[in-house]
Each structure stands twice: as C-alpha cells, then as structure tokens.
Design a protein. Sequence first.
Length: 156
Amino acid sequence: MAKEQLNQFKAADSQFAERVKDSFLKQDALLTIGATIQKVEPGSVEISFDYDQRLTQQHGFIHAGILSTVLDSACGYAAYSLMPADAGVLTIEFKTNLLSPAKGERFVAVGEVKKPGRTITVAEGQMFAWEGAQEKLIATMTGTLMTVTGRSEVAG
C-alpha cells in the first residue's frame, strides 16, 4: 500500500489495537461514511471507505470535509495507539492539503506518528484514491493531537 512507515514505535499498552478498534466503532461519523479500519500498528493506522455519491460535492468528487474527517481520524488513532490505556485523544490542530480531485472507487487514509509526546503528538496523514489497481495521492494532513487523562468525558 502506501509508503513504508519510517518510524518504529512501541505502544505503551499491549492492548492498543483493540482499544483503537473499540474507539473507532464509537465514531458514528465514520460509520455513516462507511469507513472501516484496515490496519493498526504502533504509531500507524489505515482507514478506508468506498466511493458513495452521497459523500460528494457538486462536481462529483468526494467532499473535502469527508477527506479531512477520515484523515483526522487516521492521524488521531495513530497517536492514540501509542497512548497509555487510560488516555483519550483529541485533535487540537490540523492542516489539510488537497492535491488532486478526490475521484476513485476506494479511498485509503494512512496516519503515521512523526513525533510522539507525553501530552502532544504530531502525526501526518496521506489520502490515496484507488481506481482499479491505480493508486494516487490526493491529500495530506499534518495534525497535532493531545493525550487526555483524568476526564471521563474524553475516554477512548
């Protein structure tokens, strides 16, 4: 699939993959889009969804808001995979670059941690469009994510 992960990280919690998947299933927005989590590794998460006309803008391309939503989640869950078991994750900033119209049969977002921290983590995301066997990079994201502890409303 996408480029190989450059950084190898060790998860703080041995159950990180289950925690990420469980949290993902609570994301009604992603479930509405039809997104599924494809891969979870320490510091890296892959989320995909299929083309759906209901997710498009006026020209028939997947809407930038949908791309940003999925990229944000890929970056967030990549960061979350490295956090302690009792932590929650919140995005505190992101920047998206739309590189090409979002057209294809299937879309894959890859989120990778670039700099983990005790409180603040920086992650990067890439969104690929697939048409048959052809893969094309269509958007990127840089996100800043916060580790949240001690707040029951931000668990998972």
